[in-house]
Design a protein around this ligand. Structure first.
Ligand code: DX5
Ligand code: ZN
Length: 820
């Protein structure tokens, strides 16, 4: 009675089990479907209990189909979708449905991971640190749970994967899989777990929630418990080997385990997984995931989002019913390579690599009246193959040695024409194996090693994977594709501005495609207050001065600090840098000269003058030109560091850039006392992470609003619950000093002061002079930024400061009078 092993593939739609013999032949299999729930657009969930039901039914079905007995089963092993995240309580029971790998709810958290923690060594797998990070990954999903379901987060003893959950139920042992950890958890066998990333994200506790034990693919997780054995219809004690992520275990099933080999998994999408002998990073691909599949088997990853789905789309929507793929292939085969000048772009669902651009779209370029259906169909086939060729090119540009052959699995293998186009476009032979269920066979191989049939995985692969044939590139066709391939490569850069809406930048605000996209992605979500009226009430807009006390001298900040006792080391001064009252005008109002209006060739002198004149903070506009609403370059961290040497004034950095995460660490090092980021550049969750990071570094954390941005309810409530130290309200367009004060800002000041109470610092920036200063403080502002008024003052900066102090006192007095 020959022994067998069972490979189990927990996929997206169903779980399938297959019984394999020692040669890798499948003797029988059975699939059991489960449901996916879509509670909101972009969300996708599955019930862990359904997986458990499925594994029982599928294994029983496979054993019956293969006509084997339970005692013949030497071992089993499973792979699963990845990254499918499960939250378990202390007893191992799921606390909520699993977040399926394709669940995109954590898009904002993914941007936060990439942007906020820029520079963290763990991010090297995301295109050498250039990002982005996919919302599919473990950290964004965990951060979402922490931010959006804090109660579940608090109760969760374990955050793990589908893989780990089923292994736990089968064996009673909780362990993580090194394959999943390497490819989707930002873990690395040399750098370890991404603890500094977790800390920067404000979820250090995640380290304790991940399974503490790790088992690599092929290692022994344990053996079937009594209960599990009954559920599966197998013998208790049957060994359970570690599997991993379906596509990566599929590599094993294709025999792709040695450096120089590559697997191409095709279906509705394409995945290129290359084994590399040494670490490789760069633009246009993901990885290197060190030791991802097996020790020494490190992997780089490329991917195309829509491939088979594009071909299917063409047939389904543009061809008469009944027309077969074989007929379409026949029409396409009659067209020469390059489709007589017709080039398609396969980015129907965006591009995963090498551009990583979710906004990119499909295209047909170069149409003439001569072109027919065969041309268009062939152009689509060529575009997918070209997409793979371009990914290979990006990899080799970073030092990857092109594989001697690519082992291909999946739907593309059904078309000889398409296979040949793939080989000709990339210039690499394609290998096809006997067993098309590569992930299931990969599991069987791992189980065979655990059962002791073979000494190691490469040894098992030799016996269980069988290459059936090889498709060789045709040298003439390879040459003929040179020009079409160049045309394909030129298409994305030419069209990207169109897909990004860059062409409509000059449309009136609110009609810009890009902005609409940002909103759709969750940018400052939630209902907005209507744009505030630019009109002022009769008495100069003075309504209330709540939160601004009238005491002269120390001011509320000094009083609060005195009450709170000495400030802990490392915490920045809340107000002026020196003594209690230094730098504060009446009512504790801070005057902050803005160096944007100073002579940039003499910044040290400007800072010294501001300090001598009794400024509270020095306002430093740090713009890098990346945010289109702020069209200027100013200064960066090195200048902030130089200013920190030139003055003792707290440096308040107004960071109007698209990716603040790139600068936070260096601004902290440079000696900034506070950093203010713009609300408009990212969704609220991402801004919240930035603020946490700034505060975590011991700095004052601020949020800025451009003059056209209505005061968001969500920002008001964030401020009301103390989630931000300063709100900066711009009274001018960001970018330059010397613009006229836009009085609409005053209503925002009033609303915010009313809602947030006296503790919040409200900063008015731009167009501040003696007249507008009085109005701003009367409305409730307590930090005034003034650039050209001070540095351009005819009597000098000190005289300007005196005028502002007088204006503050009169504004406060007017407000108090009005209140009384
Ligand atoms: C505007 C800047 C302000 C500017 C203010 O983009 O954020 O700090 O320097 O300058 P004045 O006071 O000249 O408007
Ligand atoms: Zn500013």
């Amino acid at each position: 009675m020959d022994k067998v092993v069972i490979g189990i593939d927990g996929g997206t739609e169903s779980l399938r089990a297959g019984v394999f013999d020692k040669t890798g032949r499948m003797l029988g299999s059975h699939a059991h479907p489960y449901e996916t729930q879509y509670p909101h657009p972009g969300w996708a969930e599955q019930r862990p209990e359904d997986w458990w039901t499925a594994v029982g039914a599928a294994v029983r079905g496979a054993v019956a189909a293969a006509e084997v007995t339970p005692d013949q089963v030497a071992a089993l092993c499973l792979d699963t979708t990845c990254c499918t995240v499960v939250a378990l309580d202390a007893d191992g029971a799921p606390l909520r449905p699993a977040l399926l790998w394709m669940d995109m709810r954590s898009a904002a958290q993914a941007r936060a991971v990439a942007g906020v923690t820029g520079g963290d060594p763990a991010l090297v797998v995301n295109q050498g640190g250039a990002g982005p990070v996919s919302a599919e990954w473990m950290l964004p999903k965990s951060l979402w749970l922490a931010q959006c379901e804090p109660a579940t987060w608090a109760r969760a003893a374990t955050i793990c994967e589908y893989q780990d959950y089923l292994n736990l139920r089968l064996t009673g042992r909780l362990c993580a899989c090194t394959n999943n950890m390497a490819v989707r958890w930002h873990c690395d066998t040399q750098r370890g777990r991404p603890l500094s990333l977790m800390a920067k994200l404000g979820i250090p506790e995640l380290a304790g929630k991940w399974p503490q034990e790790e088992v690599a693919p092929g290692g022994r997780v344990g053996s079937l418990t009594e209960a599990a054995a009954q559920h599966l219809g197998l013998a208790a004690g049957t060994p359970v080997a570690q599997g991993g992520a379906d596509a990566f275990i599929g590599m094993i099933g294709l025999g792709v385990v040695a450096p120089g080999q590559m697997a191409l998994l095709t279906g509705s999408s394409h995945l290129q997984l290359g084994v590399v002998g040494s670490e490789l990073h760069g633009r246009g691909f993901f990885g290197t995931y060190r030791d991802a599949v097996l020790p020494g088997c490190s992997v780089i990853e490329g991917g195309q989002t829509s491939t088979g789905s594009v071909v299917h789309w063409f047939k389904r929507t543009l061809c008469p019913p009944g027309l077969s793929y074989a007929e379409l292939d026949g029409e396409a085969a009659a067209v020469p390579p390059g489709c007589e000048g017709l080039t398609a772009l396969d980015h129907f669902q965006g591009n995963r690599t090498p551009h990583t651009d979710p906004l990119s779209r499909g295209a047909l370029a170069g149409l003439t009246l001569k072109h027919g259906r065969g041309h268009v169909f062939r152009a689509l086939l060529e575009s997918v193959a070209a997409g793979t060729a371009v990914i290979l090119r990006a990899m080799s540009a970073s030092g990857y040695l092109l594989p001697s052959a690519i082992t291909l699995a999946g739907g593309a293998a059904r078309s000889e024409l398409w296979l040949q186009i793939h080989a000709d476009m990339s210039g690499v032979p394609l290998r096809l194996t006997r067993e098309c269920e590569a992930p299931m066979l990969g599991c069987a191989i791992l189980a065979a090693v655990a059962a002791g049939w073979y000494a190691d995985v490469p040894g098992a692969v030799q016996h269980m994977v069988h290459v059936e044939r090889q498709v060789e590139p045709d040298p003439a066709a390879v040459a003929a594709y040179a020009v079409p391939l160049a045309r394909y490569a030129a298409l994305y850069p030419a069209l990207a501005p169109l897909f990004h809406g860059d062409h409509d930048h000059d449309l009136p605000a609110g009609q810009q495609g890009q902005k609409a996209q940002a909103g759709a992605n969750g940018g400052s979500s939630g209902p907005h207050l209507a744009a505030v009226s630019a009109e002022r009430s009769g008495s100069g807009g003075v309504v209330s001065a709540e939160g601004v006390s009238l005491e002269l001298g120390g001011g509320k900040e000094a009083a609060a600090e005195a009450a709170a006792g000495p400030r802990p080391a490392g915490e920045p001064a809340g107000g002026g840098g020196g003594g209690a009252a230094a730098g504060a005008a009446a009512g504790g109002v801070i005057l902050a000269p803005s160096i944007l209006a100073a002579d940039f060739a003499n910044l040290a002198a400007a800072a010294a003058a501001a300090e001598a004149a009794g400024a509270g903070w020095l306002h430093v506009d740090a713009f890098d030109g990346s945010w289109s609403a702020c069209r200027n370059f100013t200064v960066g961290p090195p200048v902030v560091a130089a200013l920190a040497r030139a003055t003792r004034l707290p440096l308040d950095v107004h960071l109007a850039v698209m990716h603040p995460g790139r600068y936070i660490d260096s601004l902290v090092k440079a000696g900034a006392a506070g950093i203010t980021v713009h609300w408009e550049i990212a969704p609220e969750a991402e801004v919240a992470v930035l603020l946490g990071w700034i505060r975590g570094a011991g700095l004052r954390a601020g949020v800025a609003l451009a003059p056209d941005t209505p005061l968001p309810d969500s920002l008001v409530s964030l401020a009301a619950r103390g989630g931000v130290d300063v709100v900066l309200l711009l009274a001018v367009a960001p970018g330059w000093g010397g613009q006229a004060f836009r009085p609409a800002v005053l209503d925002k000041v009033r609303q915010l002061r009313q809602a947030a109470g006296p503790e919040l610092r409200i900063q008015v920036d731009g167009g501040v002079n003696a007249a507008t200063a009085a109005e701003a403080v009367a409305a409730g502002a307590d930090v005034l930024v003034a650039g050209s008024f001070l540095f351009g003052h005819s009597k000098g900066l000190a005289a300007g400061m005196d005028e502002l102090r007088a204006a503050v006192a009169s504004g406060l007095a007017a407000a108090a009078q009005k209140k009384a």
